[in-house]
Design a protein around this ligand. Structure first.
Ligand SMILES: [Fe+2]
Length: 251
């Protein structure tokens, strides 16, 4: 995988440009949430965008009344056709950075999780997702990373910080996810949504999931797979391959 070396080097370079201690402070000051505006270097974004176009024919559209509407491409497709994106997900320096931020030993999700590294496509008017936590179905905690790739929209990622913290007043952020903007948060703490897409707009973001314990109770695995099948990737993508090695995830 020749692409992996420059990806790793690019990420190390981008991390070297950060004041990691300031980022860590910001993460904890915001109840385990941080946003790095336009952080990822443009050459790496451009390679990811080429992969976005390569997998676009594989988009699975879904609609859950009053909760979400949009398109998704699963890890299974990205693993086959998007080596730069997958190399970014697995880059040891990036995972180490996230571990330093969160204070947790973090791991990528198992290979049989279709949601571990996935693309969200907001391409039709009204595409959105309602407020939710990224609840962990794994035995440990779950952390989400969002990376903006295409932002030609009036949609906003709405983040309500301190949602369940009785000590702090809630604080709402409305963020555009420009190409290269990175957002990292604890899935159990950030109450978030994406507002509806307008006409002739487009928004594409990458979602990455990291966990502290990659094991999952079989009943939760089944529930998670059903959720992924109906809300994200389709029955065929989730259940249509390798019976007995089914995946997991949440939003
Ligand atoms: Fe989410």
């Amino acid at each position: 995988m020749t692409d992996a070396i420059p990806v790793a080097e690019t990420i190390r370079g981008a991390l070297a440009g950060l004041d990691v201690e300031a980022v860590r402070r910001s993460y904890w000051d915001q109840n385990e949430f941080v946003c790095l505006e336009r952080w990822l270097p443009r050459p790496l974004i451009d390679r990811m965008l080429a992969e976005v176009e390569r997998v676009r024919p594989a988009i699975n559209r879904n609609y859950i009344p009053r909760h979400k509407k949009g398109g998704s491409v699963s890890f299974y497709t990205l693993r086959a056709d998007a080596p730069t994106i997958v190399a970014f997900y697995r880059a040891p320096a990036f995972i180490e950075f996230l571990a330093g931020l969160t204070g947790q030993r973090l791991l990528p999700c198992p290979d049989n999780d279709p949601h571990s590294c996935a693309l969200y496509f907001y391409t039709e008017p009204g595409d959105h997702i309602g407020f939710h936590f990224d609840t962990s179905y794994y035995r440990g905690a779950r952390y989400t990373v969002l990376l903006g790739l295409i932002e030609r929209s009036s949609s906003r990622l709405v983040c309500q910080l301190f949602k369940n913290d009785p000590e702090r007043p809630p604080r709402e952020l409305q963020l555009a996810t420009h190409p290269g903007t990175l957002i990292a948060f604890n899935g159990d703490k950030l109450w978030h949504a994406v507002t509806p897409l307008g006409p002739d707009e487009e928004r594409v973001s990458l979602t990455l999931e990291y966990v502290t314990n990659p094991s999952m109770h079989p009943a939760k695995r089944l529930f998670s797979n059903l959720k992924d099948a109906f809300a994200y990737f389709g029955l065929k993508a989730v259940f249509g391959r390798r019976p007995g090695r089914l995946g997991s995830a949440s939003d």
